[in-house]
Design a protein around this ligand. Structure first.
Ligand code: PAF
Length: 326
């Protein structure tokens, strides 16, 4: 004769199973970026979230919000700072407004090539810079990458700085860039990224400048005719979170976050390499006219005035230390 109904036996068994394997608390973090699904940032964001999930046995998960779903880059950094968003992958474009020590990396023609930029940022100079974020209510987990920026426009092919002169060009909200670009004769028009496609389409600006991975992911070939491989500035990116998240982690979980960031950066850089290798031919197929060989000296010569100001603002020794990295 049984004392308990089948229903009670099942309920007791379920309770016993719960006691043996207590459910672990799960935290779901919001990670945002402004680029399309499948872009280099998006690849990096998804690798970050997958690695974090795996490293913490599912205790930390994150949901990726691509395509400016959480706003432009400045807004997303602000949201991380005040705690309504947990993580952002962003270019350094607006970062100098939060952490002034970062502005130096936005100096045009500072980095020679991808190897140089990655070596500086992964080395002591770059790692010391990451430590500065904690004074500003933010934590930078790692340098990621946007890429070398090139100019696109709807007016004419740009070979020399004189061809760029007079063009109204959307720039990031970044004073270092704007000062440099003025010396090319460009009229810089700062604008948050979510507005850019529409502004190009409606002719509010003649052009914009961004790396190949962004030009591809944002389908700028639909609204821009000319692309010139000016490579006038390297555009780093960062994976940023907040002390609110990091301070409550165990040492093991901190390591899990750092490992996720390292793997994310590797995946982003690989996607940048792939886009650089294949993207220009794709943009030509999509109808863009590409100037592959520009007169770089005409751009670097124009920068002599701004460079005197950069040296005053950031220290000639600091600029030279970056340039000296081999
Ligand atoms: O041009 C910009 O604002 C940035 O390069 C972008 C596209 C948002 C990527 O960080």
């Amino acid at each position: 004769k049984t004392f308990l109904s089948k229903k009670w036996v099942a309920a007791l068994a379920a309770t016993a199973a719960f006691a043996a394997f207590p459910t672990q608390a799960q935290t779901v973090l919001k990670m945002g970026h402004v680029l399309a699904k499948g872009s280099h940032y998006d690849v990096g964001a998804n690798v970050f979230c997958d690695t974090l999930d795996k490293n913490t046995q599912g205790r930390y998960k994150c949901q990726v919000y691509p395509a400016s779903a959480l706003g432009g880059e400045r807004e997303e950094i602000e949201a991380v700072q005040i705690g309504t968003q947990d993580l952002v992958i962003t270019s350094t474009g607006p970062v100098g407004n939060f952490v002034p020590e970062m502005k130096i990396v936005d100096v045009p023609f500072l980095f020679r090539d991808y190897d140089h930029a990655r070596k500086v940022l992964d080395g002591k100079i770059g790692q010391d810079m990451l430590a500065k974020f904690s004074n500003h209510g933010l934590v930078a987990l790692a340098w990621s990458e946007n890429g070398f920026r090139h100019m696109t426009n709807n007016k004419r092919p740009i070979v020399s700085a004189s061809d760029a002169s007079g063009l109204k060009m959307r720039t990031m909200e970044n004073k270092v860039h704007m000062e440099g670009y003025r010396s090319f004769g460009i009229q810089p028009t700062p604008m948050a990224f979510p507005e850019v496609f529409g502004a190009l389409q409606q002719g509010v600006v003649d052009g914009q400048e961004n790396p190949i991975p962004v030009i591809l992911a944002s389908k700028f070939s639909q609204v821009q005719k000319h692309l010139s491989l000016t490579g006038h500035v390297y555009s780093p990116a960062l994976i940023i979170t907040s002390p609110r998240i990091m301070n409550k982690l165990s040492d093991a979980d901190k390591k899990a976050f750092m490992d996720a960031a390292t793997k994310s950066v590797a995946a982003t850089r690989k996607k940048v390499n792939d886009d650089e290798a294949n993207g220009i031919a794709q943009l030509e197929r999509e109808g863009m006219q590409v100037v592959k060989k520009v007169n770089s000296t005409s751009f670097s010569d124009a920068l002599k005035g701004p460079y005197a100001n950069y040296a005053k603002e950031f220290g000639a020794d600091k600029l030279a230390a970056i340039q000296a990295v081999k």
